[in-house]
Design a protein around this ligand. Structure first.
Ligand SMILES: Nc1ncnc2c1ncn2[C@@H]1O[C@H](COP(=O)(O)OP(=O)(O)O)[C@@H](O)[C@H]1O
Ligand SMILES: [Mg+2]
Length: 291
C-alpha cells in the first residue's frame, strides 16, 4: 500500500482548471519526481497535499495518507490506517505538517525569517512538535541537524542571521529544519532552481544522501528533467494540469512514450549534444511553450 495515494485530484481557481484528474502514488522510502513546464500545476499539487491552497481553490478527489498508528510494526498488527488529507481539520493537518510531511521551497531566503537567528529558527521547529523539549535539548538537536547538512562551524554561527549565509547554505538550513522531526515524506518544490549549477549539484547530492539515510519518501518537483532524473525512482510528467506520462526513471529517460516527454529530454544537453546548433525549439516541434 503506498504511503501517499493521490486519486483523481482536481484543483480549480474559479473557472481556471489548474489540475485535472491526476493520480499519483508514492511508496515509503521512494523518490517520485514530478516534472513539467512552468504553470503545469506542480506547486498547487504539492500545496494540496499539505492543505495549504487556501479558500480560493476548489479541490476534488482524494489524497490518501498512511497514518502512523501507535503499536504499528508489532507482529500481527499490520493494520494501517489511511486518512484523506483533503478531509482533515486544520488542526490535524497542523500536526502532520512539519512532523510527518515536511516541505522545502525554491526560495530559501523568503522561507527563512530574516530577523531571527538560524539556530533559533531550527530549534523552534523541534519545539513546535514536542512540548517536552527543554531549551537546551532543542539547541542540541538543532546543532546536530545543522551539522548533518554540513553547515560549517555551527557552534560559532548558531547566532547568525539568514543574510549572513550563502544561498546554498540557506537551502541547507531549510533542509535541516524540514528533516529535524524525522518526517516520512519530504516535498521538495524546485529546491535547487534558485542556485548556481555547482551549488545545485551539492544540494542534490545532500538530498539524495539524506533521503537514503533516513529511508525518507520524497516528492521531488522540478521543471528540469535532468535534475529530476538524478534523484527519482519514478517520474511523472505533468503538462497543463494533467499527467501525460509516468514510469520508472530509467524507462522514462531511455524510452519516453509521449512527445512532450521527448521534447523535455531533447532540451537536456548531453556530452553528445552538438553545441554549435541552437537548442531544440519546443514550440516549433511540439506546439508547447518552453517551461
Ligand atoms: N492562488 C492561485 N489563484 C489562481 N490561480 C493560481 C493560484 N495558484 C496557482 N494558480 C494557477 O495554477 C496553475 C498552476 O500553477 P503552479 O502549480 O504554480 O505551476 P507550476 O508549479 O507547475 O509552475 C497556473 O496556471 C497558476 O497561474
Ligand atoms: Mg512551481
Amino acid at each position: 500500500m503506498p504511503l501517499l495515494d493521490i486519486r483523481n485530484l482536481g484543483i480549480r481557481f474559479g473557472s481556471a482548471q489548474a489540475v485535472q484528474d491526476i493520480s499519483l502514488q508514492l511508496e515509503a522510502g521512494q523518490v517520485l519526481g514530478l516534472v513539467g513546464e512552468s504553470g503545469s500545476g506542480k506547486s498547487v499539487t504539492a500545496l494540496a497535499i499539505l492543505g495549504l491552497l487556501g479558500n480560493a481553490a476548489q479541490v476534488t478527489g482524494q489524497i490518501l495518507w498512511e497514518k502512523t498508528t501507535a503499536g504499528l510494526g508489532h507482529a500481527g498488527n499490520k493494520e494501517r490506517e489511511r486518512i484523506d488529507l483533503l478531509r482533515q481539520s486544520n488542526q490535524s493537518l497542523c500536526k502532520l505538517r512539519g512532523k510527518e510531511i515536511a516541505m522545502i521551497f525554491q526560495e530559501p531566503m523568503t522561507a527563512l525569517n530574516p530577523v531571527m537567528t538560524i539556530g533559533r529558527q531550527v530549534a523552534e521547529c523541534v519545539e513546535a512538535h514536542a512540548v517536552s523539549w527543554t531549551g537546551r535539548e532543542a539547541k542540541r538537536k538543532a546543532t546536530a541537524a545543522l551539522e548533518a547538512v554540513a553547515i560549517p562551524e555551527v557552534a560559532r554561527r548558531y547566532g547568525d542571521y539568514p543574510h549572513q549565509f550563502s544561498g546554498g547554505q540557506r537551502q541547507r538550513i531549510l533542509i535541516a529544519m524540514a528533516l529535524i522531526n524525522k518526517p516520512r515524506l519530504l516535498i521538495a518544490d524546485e529546491p535547487t532552481t534558485a542556485l548556481d549549477v555547482t551549488v545545485q549539484a551539492q544540494i542534490l547530492a545532500l538530498l539524495a544522501d539524506l533521503q537514503r539515510q533516513h529511508g525518507l519518501a520524497m516528492l521531488f518537483i522540478s521543471h528540469d528533467l535532468a535534475v529530476v532524473g538524478q534523484v527519482a525512482d519514478r517520474i511523472a510528467v505533468m503538462r497543463k494540469g494533467q499527467i501525460v506520462e509516468s514510469g520508472p526513471c530509467r524507462q522514462l529517460l531511455t524510452a519516453p512514450q509521449h512527445p512532450y516527454t521527448r521534447s523535455l529530454l531533447a532540451a537536456v544537453p548531453t556530452l553528445r549534444t552538438d553545441r554549435s546548433m541552437p537548442l531544440a525549439n519546443l514550440a516549433s516541434t511540439t506546439g508547447v511553450e518552453q517551461g
